[in-house]
Design a binder for this molecule. Structure first.
Ligand code: SF4
Length: 702
């Protein structure tokens, strides 16, 4: 019996039950797990985010707990090219620790790297960051969240002084008179969120969606803007241009609560709507209608997601929408504001507690002397012993096995062989390593390449906390113990730390880790000092910052000041620039990538769930019937999508929902249908976000 589970008794039946949250996306829908006679069932729970709803992924999440492909013993590869074989934990951990020691003795601490995931609990993300800095003394740690919301995070930090995806509760969406969704498709990625949009519609609110595809969300909109991928920044600047021309600037707000507007005003003065139409294809009349809908109502919300953010200019694109929101006086007003829809389950918490290359717990900067001193004090080490900042995820992976790059990689909760941009190159870098270690509960495509695979616990087998897209800290509760042979990530890190004679303590109890995280985050931007598990249990979570256990939490940020040194939000002038890879005669089409309803991220989990596999059995390439006609491609016929980096092969799916100059491929599948074989590894210079959402391709019949 674990801490989080409750044992109930019905006549003749032993029933275990845990109120927890879905293991997948950042909506973190509330659910109840019930185990009767070894069988686990999922039921939705009425929680403020999902309000009793779950999507198909959530309903079927428990299927993986007893999945026949579940890893329950460590695996070792004795020689390159050999097969993985079962091994004992001692043998596996000795091999990892021995490899780490040998490489570091020869090449120094930075010859070892750690790669984490946005699905890890706060406790695990924190412990992983501490392990990298204290036990391995390496600067090289980053995680797959870099590819999720890092552009919005960087833009938020730059403008508001803090990065919290939604600076207000999700329920505010239902109160908005106008809601502008940019590059977001929650009807497929997080369907229960649509309940809040339904509220908004029932109240007479308007929904406007900006997306190159007529998605399931866009179909519900009052207005759909269908720009060419990579032109959202031009659209945002044109909207601001119109707002200023029409006299819709909130002068008092701009004067009292912001800095830097004059330069933005000068910049957008030249961003003519007609030019935005030429670049994006969005008619001027639609731009004007959108600006009017945002500027002439009491409450308006602008949300961005991956469609706007996963570009080599993602930070500036988000900044352009923040400029628009600030000019209209939206941030900090109830029912109004700017926010980012975070994607991964703990995409928010995972970026706050130290698994990002430049961060320490509490969203502190690792190059800040005061932050280093505080965190080193909690960890019981000399601040001077902490390494400096590392490099962003793609740069890290691209350096593996090269003469000056790391020679060992430890991967926790990530599958970069499928999810990294230019994935074939990343795969080749992983093969060049001296030692690749993967901790996972299923054999992912990355685990297939590993020298050591460590079987770890799943979400329903350990306690912890997650921080959802609203910045609300939630309790993940264990229903049962991990199966025999399986250890938790915390236990793995502790065992390795012991073998490496690491200073400080590496507790295996998540409650103890969370208590330490609270102290480490105290005084930082993401302050969890006042967040206790009891307090989370007593309410529907706790919103950070929450510095005092007896004081309030912060559901809504920016109500009277922004957490910048001057207390004001910062405008920043940004201008449109083309995609990193323009189309040309050889590659005349744009490829954009994304998700489908039934699958999550690299699909390592959801591809193994029978119902989800039936719903979406494999990759496809969506193309407009006009384009298909020109290419002579019929529905279901296999096509090749070729870029400068490689090709993907998948059946054609013809749809008028996409622009004729653009094709779409979902990124959940490995092998021939791997979309990321084709994607561009150009990255945003500020956030390190790769340009997943647009590259130049040609499409041919296979
Ligand atoms: S995948 Fe997301 S939307 Fe679906 S049930 Fe899980 S948390 Fe909710």
């Amino acid at each position: 019996m674990t801490d989080g589970a409750r044992l109930a008794t019905q006549p003749g039946v032993r029933l275990r039950e845990a109120a927890t949250h879905c293991p997948y996306c950042a909506l973190q829908c509330g659910m109840v797990l019930r185990e009767t006679a070894g069988r686990v069932e999922v039921a939705p729970r009425d929680f403020p985010t999902n309000r009793g709803g779950l999507c198909q992924k959530g309903w079927t999440a428990a299927e993986l707990l007893d999945h026949p492909e579940r890893l329950t013993t460590p695996l070792l590869r004795d020689r390159p090219g050999g097969e993985l074989r079962p091994a004992s934990w001692d043998e596996a951990l000795d091999r990892v620790a021995g490899g780490l020691r040998a490489i570091q003795e020869r090449h120094g601490p930075d010859a070892v790297a750690v790669f984490g995931g946005g699905g890890l609990t706060n406790e695990k993300a924190y412990a992983l960051g501490k392990f990298a800095r204290v036990a391995l003394r390496t600067r090289h740690i980053d995680y797959n969240g870099r590819w999720c919301m890092s552009s919005a995070a960087a833009a938020g930090l730059r403008a508001f002084g803090v990065d919290r995806g939604l600076p207000f509760p999700l329920a505010d969406l239902g109160r908005a008179d106008t809601l502008l969704l940019v590059g977001a498709n929650p009807a497929e990625t997080m369907p229960p969120l649509m309940r809040h949009l339904a509220d908004q519609r029932e109240r007479g609110g308007r929904l406007i969606v900006v997306d190159p595809r007529l998605t399931a969300t866009a179909r519900q909109a009052d207005l759909h803007l269908q720009p060419l991928p990579g032109t959202d920044l031009a659209v945002a600047n044109a909207l601001l241009h119109i707002a200023l021309t029409e006299g819709w600037l909130d002068r008092a707000y701009v004067a009292d609560r912001t800095t830097g507007f004059d330069e933005v005003r000068r910049t957008v003065a030249g961003c003519w709507p007609a030019e935005a139409e030429r670049l994006s294809g969005v008619p001027v009349a639609d731009l004007e209608a959108t600006a009017r809908a945002l500027a002439t109502v009491d409450r308006a919300v602008i949300l961005t997601a991956r469609g706007a953010e996963q570009h080599a200019k993602g930070v500036d694109t988000v900044t352009a929408f923040i400029n628009l929101a600030l000019a209209l006086g939206l941030p900090g007003r109830p029912g109004s504001g700017y926010g980012c829809l975070t994607g991964q389950g703990n995409g928010q918490g995972g970026r706050e507690h130290g698994q990002k290359a430049d961060q320490l717990p509490g969203y502190r900067r690792i190059d800040d002397p005061a932050a280093r001193e505080h965190v080193a004090g909690v960890w019981g080490v000399d601040p001077a012993a902490l390494p400096g900042p590392g490099v962003p995820a793609y740069q890290l992976l691209d350096s593996l096995g090269t003469p000056h790059g790391p020679r060992v990689l430890l991967v926790f909760g990530s599958n970069p062989v499928v999810s990294a941009p230019r994935a074939a190159r990343v795969e080749s870098r992983l093969r060049d390593l001296d030692l690749l270690v993967v901790a996972d509960f299923l054999r992912s495509e990355t685990a297939d390449l590993a020298d050591v695979v460590l079987p770890v616990a799943q979400w329903a087998e350990e306690d912890g906390t997650m921080t959802n897209l609203e910045g609300r800290v939630l309790r993940r509760r264990a229903l049962r113990e991990p199966p025999p042979g399986v250890r938790t990530d915390l236990a793995v890190l502790a065992a390795l730390a012991t073998r490496l004679d690491a200073p400080g303590a590496f507790p295996t109890d998540p409650a103890a880790v969370f208590a330490e995280l609270r102290r480490a985050s105290a005084g930082g931007p993401a302050d969890y000092a006042g967040v206790s598990w009891d307090r989370i249990d007593a309410d529907t979570g706790v919103f950070w910052p929450c510095p005092d256990e007896d004081g309030p939490d912060t559901p809504r940020l920016f109500t009277d000041r922004f957490p910048t040194p001057e207390g004001r939000a910062r405008f920043r002038a940004v201008t449109h620039r083309p995609a990193a890879e323009p189309v040309c005669a050889d590659y005349p089409l744009h490829l954009t990538t994304g998700r489908v309803l039934a699958h999550y991220q690299s699909g390592a989990q959801t591809r193994r769930v029978a119902a989800l596999r039936r719903a979406a059995p494999g990759g496809f390439v969506e193309l407009h019937p006009d384009l298909a006609g020109r290419l002579g491609v019929a529905e279901g016929e296999e096509v090749r999508v070729v870029s400068r980096r490689g090709e993907l092969r998948a059946p054609a799916r013809l749809s008028p929902a996409i622009r004729p100059d653009t094709v779409f491929a979902p990124f959940h599948w490995p092998g021939a249908a791997r979309a990321n074989t084709v994607t561009n590894d150009a990255v945003d210079p500020v956030s390190g976000m790769p340009e997943f959402k647009i590259c130049a391709v040609r499409v041919e019949k296979a």
